[in-house]
Every structure is written in structure tokens, then in C-alpha cells.
Design a protein around this ligand. Structure first.
Ligand code: UDP
Ligand code: MG
Length: 322
């Protein structure tokens, strides 16, 4: 198999506690992969400083001085994990054959990097790192992650189970990804939408080496909300459905109460009030739902996502290097 030029993209937010160790381990790993003839000497590790407030950037700059394998990108401000990953990938995509993204705390086993590259060499354009079990996670993290997958599934959003952002993407796929211009980015939802030949590599996820998780509950909830609302207008549909149900209930009530009225069983005036409450409530919800449908359409259009992706082209124009 031919060696490839591989770039590792590592987002870092206040990671001074782990960075030195991470740099040493990753450069060592990259060197070993070069010796194995898996990757070219032009391969690099790119650390993306996501607006850290500690010594992270100074350490990245130091690493760059020290080792020619280490590159750095500094974002102007803290833009969030997803955006940091994207910034790294899109900045380097023209310099390499493939990019692998991984977290700075090396919770994801770096010994499987070889297998990512081998899958790429076998023809996969996207390789997902999938963790085999979650017993190293706290109970809370595990439970919240699982309910997150369940909700996404219900909303009709296709994501890879137990895959975080440890993944390989080819230059070809990155170019397509760069056409997704949305501001609220949820990579795990977008990448499966791209298509192409994919495969998976399983590994065991460890505990964080040092420092604290940079994903507190607040950020996790924000990511979950982004994941749902960036891909689905089902919540809006839910409102319309509720409206229809309420309105139907009021119609049924109308019939029931009319019958009772004729039989003289109800208190005077009661039926009219109750039926109006349900009827008007239902109609209002339905109206909001319909307006929501239009907003949903506008929202999808505003994203301006590509409607198709050409994977291969046979003919002379295909000579353009994709
Ligand atoms: N991260 C980032 N920007 C942020 C938050 C996190 O670049 O605003 C990076 C962080 O440095 C790490 C990765 O995203 O490399 C994942 O964060 P962490 O390991 O804290 O999350 P967890 O593993 O606890 O889900
Ligand atoms: Mg982590």
C-alpha cells in the first residue's frame, strides 16, 4: 500500500495540563507510523487553540519550534469544539490526503490510528472511530449520552452510535464538507449525510489523563439542542399534530355534550365554554404549527446545503483533482 500524507487535527481549549504529554505521545506515534511506511514524512499534527485562556498557545508554539511535526492554529476566540475541529480540517485539507480528528486529552486510543489509515487505503473516504464500551464514563455521562442518541433517532437524524469526533476524512470528503455553510455546526449529524464509502474502527475509550472535562452539562445540552434543531423540523410538526388532536377532541366533545344536552343531563352553559376552550386552543396550536411549517422551510433553505454530491466523474472534466 502507498503511504499517505496524514494530518492529525487536535482541538485544544485550556489544555495546559495534558498538552505536553499529548504532544510527546502523538509525535512518537506519528514517527512510528512513518517507520512502518504507512504515512509520508510530510504528515503533521495540527493543534488548534480554541481561544484558550491558559498557556495552551505558548505550549503549541513551543512544540512547533521543537518538532517539525507539530503545527499550530490559533483561533481568535473560543468558538467551541465543533468549530475548532472544522477550522483545523478546512485549513489543512489541501495539504494532505486525509485528516484524523481527535481530542487533546487522548481519551481515544491512539494505537488504532494505523487502522484508520489502513481502512482509508482500502478505499474508505470516511472512517468512524466507535468506542466499544462506555464503562469508563460516569453514570451521568453514559445515561445522558444514551438518551441523546435515542432522541436523535426519534427525530429521524442518522448518526453513528457511540461515535464522537474521532474520525478520518479524506481530502475529497473535506472539500464536500466545506460546502455546508451552516453556522450551528453538528459534525456528527452532517458527516453521515455526505455519503461515500465509510467504515468503522472500534477502540476502548479511557479516562481523561489530567485536567477537567471542557464539556460541562451546559455545553453538552447546547450540543444536543444544536444536534436536534439543526437537522429536524419535527418539533414544529409536533405542535401541528397537537393542534389537530385538540381540535378533534373538541369536536368529539361537541357531539357528546349535544347528546347529553338533549337528554337534559348537563349544567346550562358548561358545554359551550369547555368546547370553546378546546376548540379555540386546538385551532391556535394548529395555526402556530402551520406558520412553523413555513419557518421550517425558510430555515432549511437558509442553510443552503448542497442538494447532491458527485462522488465520481467519468470523462475529461474528471481530470480535475478532486
Ligand atoms: N474543546 C475545544 N473548545 C471548547 C471545548 C472543548 O476545543 O470550547 C476541546 C477540548 O480541548 C478537547 C475536546 O474539545 O480536546 C473535547 O473536550 P473534553 O475532552 O473536555 O470533552 P469530554 O471528553 O469530557 O466529552
Ligand atoms: Mg475528553
Amino acid at each position: 500500500m502507498e503511504a499517505i500524507c496524514l494530518f492529525l487535527v487536535v482541538p485544544c481549549y485550556n489544555e495546559e495540563a495534558v498538552l505536553e504529554d499529548t504532544m510527546a505521545k502523538l509525535t512518537d506515534k506519528l514517527e512510528r507510523m512513518m517507520v512502518r511506511g504507512l504515512i509520508l514524512p510530510s504528515s503533521r499534527i495540527v493543534f488548534v487553540d480554541d481561544g484558550s485562556k491558559d498557556r495552551t498557545w505558548a505550549m503549541i508554539a513551543g512544540g512547533h519550534e521543537h518538532s517539525e511535526l507539530v503545527d499550530g492554529i490559533k483561533l481568535a476566540k473560543n468558538s467551541g469544539h465543533q468549530n475548532a475541529v472544522l477550522a483545523g480540517m478546512l485549513s489543512v485539507m489541501d495539504s494532505c490526503d486525509a485528516v484524523i480528528t481527535l481530542d487533546a486529552d487522548l481519551q481515544d486510543d491512539i494505537e488504532v490510528l494505523d487502522r484508520f489509515v489502513e481502512e482509508y487505503q482500502k478505499g474508505s473516504q470516511i472512517v468512524y472511530g466507535v468506542r466499544s464500551c462506555r464503562d469508563k464514563d460516569t453514570f451521568f455521562k453514559r445515561a445522558s449520552a444514551q438518551s441523546f442518541y435515542r432522541v436523535l433517532g426519534k427525530m429521524g437524524i442518522e448518526i453513528v452510535y457511540n461515535h464522537a469526533d474521532y474520525r478520518l476524512m479524506s481530502r475529497r470528503v473535506l472539500h464536500e464538507l466545506s460546502n455546508y455553510k451552516e453556522v450551528n455546526l453538528f459534525l456528527r449529524g452532517i458527516v453521515p449525510l455526505l455519503g461515500f464509502q465509510t467504515s468503522q474502527v472500534t477502540y476502548e475509550r479511557r479516562e481523561r489523563m489530567a485536567g477537567e472535562s471542557k464539556y460541562p452539562l451546559k455545553k453538552m445540552l447546547a450540543l444536543a439542542m444544536d444536534g436536534i434543531t439543526s437537522f429536524s423540523i419535527k418539533p414544529i410538526r409536533l405542535i401541528s399534530t397537537m393542534g389537530i388532536l385538540l381540535f378533534l377532541t373538541s369536536l368529539i366533545m361537541l357531539i357528546v355534550f349535544l347528546v347529553k344536552d338533549f337528554m337534559g343531563v348537563t349544567v346550562a352553559g358548561w358545554s359551550t365554554i369547555v368546547i370553546s376552550i378546546w376548540g379555540i386552543g386546538g385551532l391556535q396550536l394548529l395555526a402556530i404549527g402551520i406558520i412553523g411549517e413555513y419557518i421550517g422551510k425558510i430555515y432549511m433553505e437558509a442553510k443552503g446545503r448542497p442538494r447532491y454530491i458527485v462522488e465520481k466523474y467519468l470523462g475529461s472534466a474528471g481530470a480535475v483533482r478532486l
